[in-house]
Design a protein around this ligand. Structure first.
Ligand code: HEM
Length: 134
């Protein structure tokens, strides 16, 4: 049977209900590797938090095989490719996934090791797509 990643959609909903989920993610992420904070030196975080909030949603749909999410994912992949306005060296993606896993384990009251492994699996799909576009 197709995997809809309903468990991630629900976990993400619980995380967002905690209010400061995206802020907490960026706190963890910017501290996770010395190359990362400088990449956000000029960033308007008000906008960026909204963009990532939608981005994670699209990433979950993409992991579930949604064709509706494809355009959004392709645009994000272009933004992060070597020709995009925010190029990301592929080696840094594991810090993004680790930071998200950390933020979810703190903010989702129903987080379990199994659920965190599912997040890593689901977000692995979007990271693979970004790396292929690099
Ligand atoms: C190591 C991993 C990553 C780094 C270092 C990174 C860095 C950045 C930077 C520097 C920007 C531009 C901010 C600005 O406009 O000032 C950005 C934008 C964005 N990122 Fe990432 N990113 C990473 C991974 C991801 C992933 C995996 C997603 C997918 C969920 C994502 C979604 C977005 C979105 C939606 C935007 C806004 C797009 C736009 O402004 O056109 N990023 N990222």
């Amino acid at each position: 049977m197709a995997d809809n990643y309903d468990d991630l959609q629900q976990s993400y909903g619980r995380c967002l209900r905690g209010k400061n989920f995206i802020e907490r993610f960026y706190e963890i992420f910017l501290a996770s590797h010395p190359d990362i904070a400088p990449m956000f030196a000029e960033t308007d975080f008000q906008k960026q938090r909204m963009a990532l909030r939608r981005g994670i949603s699209a990433a979950i749909s993409h992991a579930a095989g949604s064709t509706l999410a494809k355009r959004t994912i392709d645009q994000m992949a272009d933004t992060h490719s070597r020709r995009g306005h925010a190029p990301v060296p592929p080696a840094l993606y594991r810090y993004w996934v680790d930071s998200l896993a950390q933020a979810v384990s703190e903010m989702d009251p129903e987080a379990t090791p199994q659920l965190i492994a599912r997040w890593r699996q689901g977000m692995g799909a979007v990271v693979d797509t970004f790396v292929k576009h690099h």
